[in-house]
Design a protein around this ligand. Sequence first.
Ligand code: TYD
Ligand code: MG
Length: 453
Amino acid sequence: MPKLKTLYICQQCGHQSIKWAGRCPGCGEWNALVEEVVEPLGSSGSRPLDAVATTPLAEVTLDDAVRVRTGLGEFDRVLGGGIVPGSVTLVGGEPGIGKSTLLLSVAGALAASGQTVLYVSGEESLRQTKLRAMRLGLSGSPVRLLAHTQLEVIAGAIAQLAPQVVIVDSIQVIEAEALNSAPGSIGQVRACAQALVRLMKAGHSALFLVGHVTKDGYLAGPKVLEHLVDTVLYFEGEPTSGFRLLRSTKNRFGATHELGVFHMTAEGLVEVPNPSELFVSDPASGAMPGCMVGVSLEGSRPLLVEVQALTSPCGIGLPRRRTTGVDFNRLSMLLAVLERRVGLHQLAQQDVFVSSLGGVRLLEPAADLAVAIAIASSLKERPTSRRDLAIGEVGLTGEVRPVVNVSQRVHEAKRVGFQRCFVAARRGGAARMDGIELIPVAHVREAVALALE
Ligand code: TYD
Ligand code: MG
């Protein structure tokens, strides 16, 4: 492959430079120069303008959009019903969360159904991959392996094998010979991903790119790739709990925010097709102060999640506030509402800890009411009922506001056996649902009083 011409281009001001520098000579921004391949316009076979043909929308056929099911139901549902041939999917997640395990299981399942699958392992040797496969019960699988990090070699293997599915684990270790920058740098990651995407779109194979992200979603890679790919999946979970959640945050071929739940076991990932009871503590454990169940809606799947709060008098100094799963700023707001609008002035001298069971992220405002009730319950040392749950957003005035898809959330709660649900009074819609009592509340004060009765 001929050496391509590369330049360092500033991501802030577009300044071009032949040499890398820590600081852009154009705008003075630090760490903004990124190496990129520059091909003069017209050199890569650009055609004269009169040869460009356009296609009427009505004549575009979709015969190739047939999805391939992997057989891992949770994985398929997050993708929107299976793999779309020719699509490119980025699977991001923190190191050690289980991305390689997930994708090797997917590769094994696809290969077992007769698909040609190429698994490119850039981080682990063939031996290590085999050891992993043995744990997953895939040691006899026909998956084709390549342990290499060089883009040109990978492209060669893809051309020879013409696989239906290619998995590259991970994009951060792949390097293109043409670039001088280190693997994992923004320039390398982007150039390698672009080259692979181009190969796939031409050949109609599906590509999965593994990308590591840190807690704040950074580390050259996944973020710069999101616009290049069709689908972005994030694999996450509390490292200490065995549960792993797979979410789609972008999907050109299906709904976003779809959620798949897995359990990491000694023999790999096991699907959890019915996860609602997982994140709620055992009803038999009796009523306890500081607990309230809310319902988050992930894509099309309602998930019951218990919120637990603990308040404890703080000594001297500023009171501490800690959250797991619940948004910190949202907690600050709810504490202010409880102090000023519900009259729980003691909260100003309390440390407050709030967490969701299993560390499930409750980012929707629909969880507000459950969080507020849990805090009030802990502060007053009055237990809530195990059969109650709360759905609603809390406004700055303390009003309880309706949220989307209440009936879908309530149905799920009913199915699991809850008997009373606090909902916004302004909600409209059915006042009763068979088997579960809907209690309308207009203000968080009212909800707290009823829940702690
Ligand atoms: P891995 O897939 O290597 O993570 P990633 O590719 O995201 O970095 O998973 C690593 C963790 O998963 C590791 O701590 C071991 C654990 N694990 C199991 O618990 N069971 C298994 O069957 C396998 C293969 C891994
Ligand atoms: Mg890995």
